[in-house]
Design a protein around this ligand. Structure first.
Ligand code: AMP
Ligand code: MN
Ligand code: MN
Ligand code: MN
Length: 276
């Protein structure tokens, strides 16, 4: 059975509409899928209704990827199995999306001070709901300030870039609580992608556990054998379940695709067993 518990649509920074994502998943014979847009659940109903209309054999798990502030910097928490009608979830996401628009405005103002102009107009044209740095990077490409998105992150909006970026997100404990209140499982997304040392990452995992976090992603592109083995030791130490997801954003990448990630050993407790 092929599944994927982490992917994006054009409601955040993915390139595909929920409809096209359904077609794409169907072509790849994926039968269990969680759409986990950044700070948004808007694509899920559309995805489900298109799947039903076309009689695709794909079961959808309600998902989200929420940006959070931890003591170790910004982290992403995936929530799976959440109630889409949960009032507090809806309120908090609306607020976070509003903050994202404010952040995009501020970033564009800072860019303008460097002589990089008209970025906000280009961002507004692309964004469907959630304004992300990916949209700003794409705008910088379109306006010919950089040759590709990678360069936009490197030069302007990445960790080492010229623009200082405020992180006005919910705190990690708030996000974990929110996911649980909405009936979901809380999962630390792509743990090895945060720019911290192994020692700090271990402390982050410890605090994720202390705050009630239930699982960590253990299978995603870019995880090499050494990192996987280290992560498995950490998972066991803190008693997390594992989750798997490609973090798919758009087609035609050689190193990443929907449903593509290493298979984990059957001995590892997996959120799959909680959700099916
Ligand atoms: P945001 O949540 O608005 O800060 O945007 C973060 C998103 O930008 C991530 O989810 C990635 O999809 C993308 N991203 C982050 N860093 C890079 C990078 N160095 N190159 C390309 N995309 C990136
Ligand atoms: Mn993204
Ligand atoms: Mn992420
Ligand atoms: Mn993601």
């Amino acid at each position: 059975m092929r599944f994927d518990f982490h992917c994006h649509s054009h409601y955040s920074d993915g390139s595909l509409s929920p409809e096209d994502l359904a077609i794409y998943a169907n072509e790849r014979e994926i039968s269990l899928l969680a759409l986990t847009d950044h700070d948004s659940i808007s694509g899920i109903a559309e995805l489900k209704s298109y799947i039903a209309k076309n009689n695709f054999e794909i079961k959808i798990i309600n998902g989200i990827e929420i940006s959070a502030l931890s003591d170790f910097g910004e982290v992403h928490v995936v929530g799976l199995g959440i109630d889409l009608e949960h009032p507090l979830l809806k309120d908090k996401l609306a607020l976070q999306i509003k903050k994202r628009w404010q952040r995009a405005t501020e970033i564009c103002e800072k860019l303008a001070k460097l002589g990089v102009n008209h970025v906000f107009q280009a961002v507004e044209k692309q964004v469907k709901e959630v304004a992300t740095r990916t949209h700003i990077a794409q705008a910088l490409v379109e306006l010919n300030y950089v040759k590709d998105k990678q360069q936009a992150f490197k030069k302007y909006i990445g960790k080492q870039g010229k623009i200082k970026i405020a992180k006005d997100w919910m705190t990690l404990d708030e996000v974990i609580d929110l996911i649980h209140q909405a009936g979901g499982i809380s999962i630390l997304a792509h743990p090895t992608r945060y720019a911290v040392s192994n020692r700090k990452l271990s402390l982050l995992l410890e605090s994720f556990k202390a705050e009630g976090g239930q699982a960590i992603e253990m299978a995603y592109p870019s995880l090499n054998k050494d990192k996987s083995a280290w992560l498995e030791l950490q998972r066991e130490k803190w008693g997390f379940m594992a989750s798997s997801g490609s973090d798919f954003h758009y087609p035609n990448l050689t190193w990443s695709d929907l449903g593509k990630f290493p298979t984990l050993s059957h001995h590892i407790p997996h959120v799959l067993n909680k959700l099916t």
